[in-house]
Design a binder for this molecule. Structure first.
Ligand code: LLP
Length: 416
């Protein structure tokens, strides 16, 4: 189980060996703060579960694409799961190895595909027959051979929020088994395509093991059939999706997950690829914000903070829960508050009905925001993006500067 990023010592909160109040003072708020130790511990814990079998961990860049974080993982041997050429460029900027990159996504553009082929990525996770033909024609034009896997949609219910379930037959992702077989047959005869693997990713924030079990079994049945018709597969990519605890969920430990996966794959000569995002980075980051105002309306009490839905979109988009803690000393009384941002939408809340005490100027921490926090942030309401800071023991590293106004309007022009 991942340790908590906040440590309470003598009534004060620390991240690793630094006082959080001081981080807020030095870099201001809103800021995303990450613990290097927790990121590495998570990654190595995951990796160590699979030391005895051939595998590659491809961190899902979309969960947190900061190049300092990608670099940290790359230095420790990680590959990457990408969904755009922008993410590929980030991996390269972070000194990651393109040969350890898997490229997922239903809408790969010609530019995306061309860049990935030029960098000899490990495999395209192909999501339609049309995409397969597009990859063939671009590879041919470049006189290259592109490696592919077919992303199979196993029609398994991951029991998660409908917006982040991807392996049900009415989702846009992957292709059904019959379609996959016919695509492998076509791919076999394409001269600029090499068949490498088979792939699935059934969803995110999955807290039970059996959806993983069901989908891997379905992929293996398909793989056996492919073998029987002379199509051999080197690797199986079982995607990401392992959940974390935001409130009272009980996600599987990496050890439980590994036991299940290894049990199903026992005796097979297959390399296994994983695409975890949230499980590696989610609990390693928090969002720091400052209380602007306390407001008591007739029906509701509000804590208005200087972070908003543009900084952390998950509560507004999915109704997601993030624990919120007041890190500052206060004598004010505990009350039920909605914790909201300055954005002009009622959907702009970070937490609802939280029993907490706070006063103007206090620093709040919104926990478990390392995954899909900064990566989904926007400039809505012309709010500059937050800064990002990585804590390494007693050292602070600014890994992304707070945006300024010039950056905010960069590229915009007045009419002549
Ligand atoms: N592989 C593929 C192809 C994916 O689409 C995703 C996530 C992952 C791997 C990593 O999944 P993870 O291990 O992080 O669950 N914005 C949402 C999550 C969207 C996930 C999209 N795909 C959220 O904030 O909950």
């Amino acid at each position: 189980m991942t340790e908590s990023i906040l440590k309470l010592k003598d009534g004060k909160f620390y991240i690793e060996n630094l006082l959080v109040e001081n981080i807020a003072k030095e870099f201001g708020t809103p800021s995303y703060i990450y613990s290097k130790k927790i990121i590495l511990d998570n990654y190595l814990d995951f990796k160590n579960q699979f030391n005895d079998i051939s595998h590659l961990i491809c961190f899902a860049v979309k969960a947190n694409p900061n190049i300092a974080i990608l670099n940290l993982l790359a230095k420790n041997g990680a590959g990457f799961d990408i969904v755009s050429s922008g993410e590929l460029r980030r991996v390269i900027a972070a000194e990651g190895d393109p040969k350890k990159v898997v490229f997922s996504g239903v809408g790969k553009s010609k530019e995306d595909i061309e860049l990935a082929i030029k960098h000899d990525i490990l495999t395209f996770n192909v999501e339609s027959e049309a995409e397969l033909h597009r990859i063939q024609s671009i590879a041919k034009k470049l006189s290259k051979v592109a490696s592919i896997s077919i992303r199979v949609n196993p029609d398994v219910d991951p029991k998660t929020h409908p917006y982040i379930s991807t392996g049900l037959k009415d989702n846009k992702f992957g292709v059904d088994e019959q379609n996959a077989i016919s695509m492998y047959k076509i791919a076999k005869d394409l001269d600029s395509i090499k068949i490498k693997g088979i792939d699935c990713h059934i969803g995110s924030q999955i807290t039970e093991l059996h959806p993983f079990e069901d989908s891997i079994k379905k992929l293996l049945t398909l793989l056996d059939h492919l073998n029987s018709i002379g199509i051999s597969i080197e690797h199986i990519d079982i995607g990401g999706g392992i959940g974390i605890q935001y409130s009272d969920e009980m996600p599987p430990t990496f050890a439980d997950y590994a036991k299940t996966v290894k049990n199903i794959l026992k005796g097979r000569d297959l390399k296994i690829i994983f695409e975890p995002g949230r499980a590696l980075i989610g609990k390693a980051g928090l969002l720091l914000a400052e209380v602007e105002y306390i407001k008591n309306n007739l029906e509701k009490n509000f804590i208005i903070i200087n972070a908003a839905m543009n900084d952390l979109m998950r509560p507004a988009l999915y109704g997601a829960f993030h624990e919120i803690i007041n890190l500052s000393p206060t004598n004010s009384e505990k009350k039920y508050y909605d914790i909201v941002g300055p954005v002009c939408e009622t959907g702009d809340f970070l937490g609802k009905d939280r029993l907490i005490s706070a006063e103007e100027g206090n620093i709040l921490a919104i926990l478990d925001a390392g995954a899909y926090g900064m990566s989904m942030s926007s400039n809505y309401n012309s709010r500059p993006k937050a800064s990002e800071i990585l804590v390494d023991d007693n050292k602070l590293h600014l890994i992304r500067c707070r945006e300024d106004f010039a950056e905010l309007i960069n590229g915009e022009q007045l009419l002549p």
